[in-house]
Design a protein around this ligand. Structure first.
Ligand code: CO
Length: 207
């Protein structure tokens, strides 16, 4: 069987399984999506957003790109963010990086990827800004992993600075912005920071 045929077979089985659990599942889902969370994550195939936090279709609005970057001029990411915050009224925006991220690794190793080199500019900037801290880490893997954390934090801060999030906070809406890091080695997520407009500053500092 061709690899694409396998996908259709899998899809049929999945659809049957879902209907067996709840005969009205697709009927209900097709009418409405009410996710409480927006996930901004890396495109990496090893970080399937819904699956690692146990959410079903309809429960998580998702945007993914290489190395989970939020640029102030990225019409794609900003459209997703505005729609999630203002139309879907999500309560949480999660920026989830992951250790050993290929995009971050390429920056640390000064390796050329092609089209993505320009995309990764934000990571290069974060590396330069944090050079003294990163220099103290002797192992390359530790440097990459710390930069993955710093990147998730910076991109969460970029989300905080968008006018949609600022507007929601000014209007006293419940909205938290989270910086998370996912560990490919054990499948666990760690929260790095939470930003909440009610306190207008960091609520938690776990690192
Ligand atoms: Co990645």
């Amino acid at each position: 069987m061709s690899e694409i045929k396998v996908l259709f077979e899998n899809n049929k089985k999945w659809s049957l399984r879902m209907k067996r659990n709840d005969p009205l599942y697709f009927q209900k889902l097709s009418l409405l999506q009410e996710p409480q969370f927006l996930w901004i994550g890396c495109s990496d195939s090893r970080v399937p957003a819904n699956e690692i936090i146990g959410l079903f279709p309809g429960e998580l609005f998702v945007h993914r790109n290489i190395a989970n970057i939020v640029y102030a001029n990225d019409i794609n990411c900003l459209s997703v963010l505005q729609y999630a915050v203002e139309v879907l009224k999500v309560k949480h925006v999660i920026v989830c990086g992951h250790y050993n991220c290929g995009g971050v690794k390429a920056v640390v190793e000064s390796r050329k990827l092609g089209r993505a080199d320009a995309w990764l500019k934000s990571i290069r900037d974060i590396m330069i800004q944090n050079a003294p801290e990163l220099k103290q880490l002797r192992k390359k893997m530790d440097k990459i992993d710390r930069l993955c954390e710093l990147n998730a934090i910076q991109q969460a801060q970029n989300v905080c600075q968008t006018k949609f999030v600022q507007r929601a906070w000014k209007a006293k809406k419940t909205l938290s912005i989270h910086a998370w890091i996912y560990n490919l080695r054990d499948g666990l997520i760690k929260e790095l920071y939470v930003y909440s407009g009610n306190h207008n500053s960091m609520k938690n500092m776990l690192i």
